[in-house]
Write a protein that binds this ligand. Structure first.
Ligand code: FE2
Length: 301
């Protein structure tokens, strides 16, 4: 990509307030498409798969703008980039005309073995160069804007010489990519690793944020496990508001992956996100029509 990311961000559509598409929630999600502006999928659940998965994807594309949030890019790994994975991912993104795509700043494979876990990289200068170079390569190959998500993690890898905020910042600047800022992950890490979440947000190049994730977690004594299986708590909503006061974003999304409540509860959480977003960024609250119109304008510009 020859254009600088911050210029690319300006042209991205405002998608609004979205929900992660989960199989158990799909009927309710489709039945309430008037209250959900976009959906995010895990591409690994659909790549090269037909049958029910394909049908679900087609239905989602008919109703919503769709973005992809991967688990298996393993961008921080020392394994070679998985070209088969990237090829299938690109085909999926092209078919869905996804305005951007994202994955995590982590590694999830080593020696060709996928661990189905998002593992933290050493926060080192060497790792910054390594992962930034790989991000540039995948951005060039996929040819759609790439967002990097800050993960929740429970122990530091050996060899750290930077803080998490410094590492995230240096990678994004060196790779010239965007952020998918997960404010629940910021909160979880801040509690578990004992730092100030607001200071973390102040330390990163926040204007690279295109999308925000909001989720719930489970507190066990003084530690927090990032479960995506509970309601969002007030301090996480407050972090969302803090970010939205400081930078314009294109989408805010609720992640709920387990322990599903009545769908009405999720709709209420989405409305809460819409209310918070409306205080500082009314464009986010205009719903699908606003988002799609903006996207159509950006494509024709
Ligand atoms: Fe997330």
């Amino acid at each position: 990509m020859s254009k600088q990311f911050l210029n690319i961000k300006k042209e991205l559509p405002v998608l609004g307030i979205g929900l992660g598409l989960r199989r158990d929630l799909s009927d309710d999600t489709f039945n309430h498409s008037d209250r959900i502006d976009f959906v995010e999928i895990a591409p690994e659940n659909y790549m090269g798969i037909g049958g029910r998965a394909r049908d679900l994807l087609d239905q989602a594309c008919e109703r919503f703008p769709l973005i992809s949030h991967g688990l298996n890019l393993s961008i921080g790994s020392t394994d070679d980039l998985n070209l088969d994975y990237l090829k299938e991912l690109k085909a999926l993104l092209d078919a869905a005309n996804a305005p951007w795509w994202s994955d995590h700043l982590c590694f999830s494979s080593a020696g060709g073995v996928y661990m189905h876990d998002l593992l933290p990289m050493p926060f080192s200068k060497e790792a910054v160069s390594h992962v930034a170079e790989r991000i540039k390569r995948v951005q060039d190959y996929v040819a759609r804007p790439f967002l990097l998500e800050n993960i929740s993690f429970y122990m530091h890898a050996p060899g750290c010489e930077l803080s998490e905020a410094q590492f995230l910042s240096e990678v994004a600047e060196a790779a010239d990519c965007g952020f998918l800022l997960d404010v629940n992950n910021v909160y979880v890490n801040a509690i578990n690793h004992k730092y100030d979440p607001y200071k973390f947000i102040d330390e990163i190049p926040l204007d690279r944020t295109v999308q925000i994730h909001v989720a719930g977690h489970k507190q066990i004594r003084e530690f927090i496990i990032d479960t995506h299986g509970a309601p969002v708590i007030e301090p996480v909503f407050e972090l969302l508001a803090y970010v939205l006061e400081r930078t314009e974003v294109k989408g805010v999304m609720l992640e709920r992956d387990q322990n599903f409540p009545e769908f009405d509860e999720l709709l209420l959480e989405l409305e809460q996100l819409r209310t918070i977003a409306g205080r500082t960024q009314p464009a986010l609250t205009k719903g699908k029509l606003g988002g799609e119109a903006a996207y159509a304008r950006s494509l024709s510009a």
